[in-house]
Design a binder for this molecule. Structure first.
Ligand SMILES: NC(=O)c1ccc[n+]([C@@H]2O[C@H](COP(=O)([O-])OP(=O)(O)OC[C@H]3O[C@@H](n4cnc5c(N)ncnc54)[C@H](OP(=O)(O)O)[C@@H]3O)[C@@H](O)[C@H]2O)c1
Length: 322
């Protein structure tokens, strides 16, 4: 079968299309024909050697997707051939087929197409975890959302609005600002230099925001701190773009709360994975959560998808279609 491997750590040029051995489902595993695989920012980090480094190269990239069950291994009880499924974390998803543990799969309802299902798993579960667990947004709260036209950003904006919050988005271009507004952002700040805090303070009458969601690297960290009100919450979540370095706890202002959010910590059982995915699918079916697929690529063009994502020009979700 066709798959995309990284041959070594590096730029998009280290991604290579290969003929990989056909996977077979072992006990408790399900063989899936992949209809769409998600491209995530974390994949660019894996490719650069920031994660999965102990696993030898060449290795197949990708963790997310949707498709159809074609065979089940011994002991699989919940799924059978023909079922439509999606997953958020199954390493090796940039491929035509993959054997995945049954517990890592959720059923996709009839009304949700494969591309939408693949597009909403990682970024949707992440966004819903941020807005409902890490900082449960309350009606009237003001949230600052960075990269508001990106994959996580667009879904986070909509989920905050669903919970009655107000959104100040921060994006890097006027085109992205229009897309963030379409998703429901009440105000959008265009900024790449870390100067957004002043505008966020102005928009909140000098008080600052209740919560900032920042996965945008070191350039935004100081501004995000400055934009928070007293006892505000800083949800930091972007390891690939880099962190602020060592933090002196006594340097943190205004009794703010700060943490590194990873969705695994709140979605850590198969039951939670199913419940949270079902809630996303329900929102989509009800028309209150829109999933923007910014671009699709043939599987063989994975390197182009990575280049586009890292060029900062993309919006919404990028998908590979095997
Ligand atoms: N902790 C978790 O559980 C978790 C889970 C999923 C994703 N993430 C993180 O969430 C962030 C968004 O991920 P995503 O998959 O949804 O990607 P994405 O938002 O589609 O793309 C990344 C966004 O980051 C912004 N950005 C800022 N500096 C950049 C730079 N130097 N190069 C490229 N982009 C830059 C860009 O928005 P602007 O141009 O508007 O600034 C870009 O749209 C990433 O940092 C990712 O690692 C974390």
């Amino acid at each position: 079968m066709k798959a995309i491997v990284m041959t070594r750590a590096g730029g998009p040029e280290v991604l290579e299309g290969v003929d990989a051995p056909e996977p077979t489902p072992g006990a408790g595993h399900v063989l899936v024909e992949i209809a769409a695989a998600g491209v995530n920012f974390m994949d660019t980090g894996v490719r650069r050697g920031l994660a999965w480094a102990p696993q030898p190269n060449p290795k197949i990239l990708g963790v997310e997707g949707a498709g159809r069950v074609i065979e089940v291994g011994e002991g699989v009880s919940r799924l059978r051939p023909g079922d439509r499924v999606a997953w958020v974390y199954a390493p090796g998803s940039y491929a035509e087929r993959l054997a995945i543990p049954e517990d890592a799969l959720v059923r996709v309802p009839d009304g949700i197409d494969d591309r939408t299902a693949a597009a909403v798993m990682m970024q949707g579960l992440t966004a819903s975890h941020f807005a409902t667990d890490f900082y449960p947004v309350q009606s009237g709260d003001v949230a600052l959302v960075h990269a508001a036209a990106g994959g996580v950003g667009l879904l986070l904006t909509q989920i905050i609005k669903l919970r009655g919050g107000h959104v100040i988005g921060r994006v890097s271009s006027a085109d992205k600002a229009a897309i963030a507004r379409e998703a429901g952002a009440d105000h959008v700040i265009v900024d790449t230099e870390g100067n957004f805090a002043e505008e966020a303070l102005r928009l909140t009458g000098g008080e600052g925001v209740h919560v900032v969601y920042d996965g945008s690297g070191p350039t935004t960290f100081k501004g995000s701190l400055d934009a928070l009100r007293r006892s505000g919450t800083f949800c930091w979540y972007g390891p690939v773009l880099g962190g602020p370095g060592a933090l002196d706890i006594m340097s943190l202002p205004r009794s703010i709360k700060i943490g590194y959010a990873t969705f695994f910590d709140h979605i850590h059982t198969p039951e939670l994975l199913r419940a949270r995915s079902e809630r996303l699918f329900e929102w989509i079916a009800a028309g209150v959560l829109k999933v923007r697929i910014g671009a699709t690529y043939p599987l063989a063009d994975a390197a182009r998808a990575h280049r586009d994502m890292e060029s900062r020009a993309t919006t919404g979700k990028l998908l590979l279609l095997p």
